[in-house]
Design a protein around this ligand. Structure first.
Ligand SMILES: [Zn+2]
Length: 397
């Protein structure tokens, strides 16, 4: 059971700095899912809380085996496959994924707020699709060069290219008449990533900050439109290097950290595997799964399999091992608290279910794939602070 650590009333003094005896026990109540649950009352404001209030299973009608769900997701199982194995419906597992996905995003917020400044990053887009191959999407990923830690991810549905047969073209036209990604989705997604860079990317004492990308013309265009970029460049404190996408994807390729993460995402998460029959049906859930992958990659996986003494990816100069252990200790039990932490806008958009998603059953209308964000999850997010927009045009004068 997760004994409450603070009063949920934001007006109460026990919300931010609870003393040792801030609550009193006031009996228990019985539940089918969680057994007998202890209740408490805040000594200061009288607000009642329980052992469930801060639990990751808060408001759940059944306790899902969330550890197993994470392990299965990251070893290439689809939601239906996990449901069959453990005796739950696909919808129940999907709700579990949303629960763990929010926890993974909260862990990322804590990582970004607690990490040292970075000076070499790589970004690249992973091409996948959502609902059908007619709706390809790019998951733009920012990876730290030194530690291969994932820093930011955004999602953008884009138009389908390539040669198509006549019937494919006709179907695509009918689909696009019903739904197409809002114009400028890709540009907005990359702008979001670029805007967040300035919160952690800094030149080092030894040289300028370095950004590595492929030759997509959108990257230089968006970078150069940021006044932070202009300021750093005027002082010779930032460099943008491009590498052709056709260059061998070896360790010597400057884009190696991003290629490495892309390859692992394709390897571990079912919907990104080539020729998959278990594809993502909703952009928001797709990104929740991507964040669960990022949590596992950044904070649970060894940096080098053959050298476990080096520690995890996140321990390579990003944060300390004890910082990661603190997060890992409560990850499967207690919802991570992001009160007062800077939350990237890319995470806010996924958490609030604000990213564009095409319909699945486009001929008959969308049913059964709606994502709802419970009120407690919105309250959890609202406790964080939205990262300021830094790339807005510099004020005149
Ligand atoms: Zn209180």
């Amino acid at each position: 059971m997760t004994t409450p650590c603070f009063c949920p009333n934001p007006e109460c003094m026990n919300h931010t700095s609870p003393g040792t005896h801030w609550r009193v026990r006031i009996g228990t109540y019985a539940t089918i899912a969680h057994g007998n649950v202890q209740r408490y009352r805040c000594r200061s404001c009288g607000k009642t809380v329980s052992d469930q209030t801060e639990s990751i299973h808060y408001f759940a009608k059944r306790r899902l085996p969330l550890r197993a769900v994470i392990a299965c997701l990251n070893s290439g199982s689809s939601l239906r496959e996990i449901g069959r194995r453990y005796g739950y419906s696909c919808a129940a597992i999907r709700n579990g994924v949303l629960r763990v996905g929010r926890q993974a995003m909260a862990a990322q917020v804590l990582l970004l707020n607690g990490m040292n400044q970075r000076n070499q990053i790589v970004f690249d887009g992973l091409r996948s699709f959502v609902t059908s191959q007619d709706y390809p999407c790019d998951i733009t990923t920012v990876v730290d060069r030194e530690s291969e830690t994932i820093l930011t991810m955004t999602h953008a549905v884009r138009g389908r290219g390539g040669t198509m047969r006549a019937e494919q073209k006709e179907r695509l036209e009918r689909k696009l008449a019903l739904w197409k990604a809002p114009p400028g989705t890709t540009k907005r997604a990359i702008s979001l990533v670029v805007d967040e860079l300035w919160n952690y990317l800094r030149p080092s004492p030894d040289g300028p900050a370095v950004i590595d990308t492929d030759e997509d013309p959108l990257y230089p265009w968006i970078l150069r439109s940021s006044w932070v970029w202009k300021h750093l460049q005027a002082w010779g404190q930032i460099v943008h290097r491009t590498t052709p996408g056709s260059a061998p994807r070896s360790f010597l390729n400057p884009l190696f950290p991003a290629n490495y993460v892309d390859r692992l995402l394709r390897h571990r998460v079912k919907e990104h595997t080539r020729e998959t029959i278990a594809f993502g049906r909703h952009s928001t859930v797709q990104m929740h799964r991507a964040w669960i992958f990022a949590w596992d990659h950044n904070m649970c996986r060894d940096y080098r399999v053959k050298r476990p003494e080096l520690g995890l990816h996140g321990e390579q100069g990003v944060v300390t091992g004890s910082f990661l252990r603190g997060i890992r200790r409560q990850f499967h039990e207690r919802r991570l608290r992001i009160t007062g932490k800077m939350v990237p806008r890319s995470i806010v958009a996924v958490w609030r279910n604000e990213i564009a998603t095409p319909p699945v059953r486009w001929r008959t209308g969308q049913t059964g794939t709606m994502v709802t964000i419970p009120r407690f999850a919105r309250v959890d997010l609202a406790a964080g602070l939205c990262m300021p927009v830094l790339s807005a045009p510099a004020p005149a004068g």
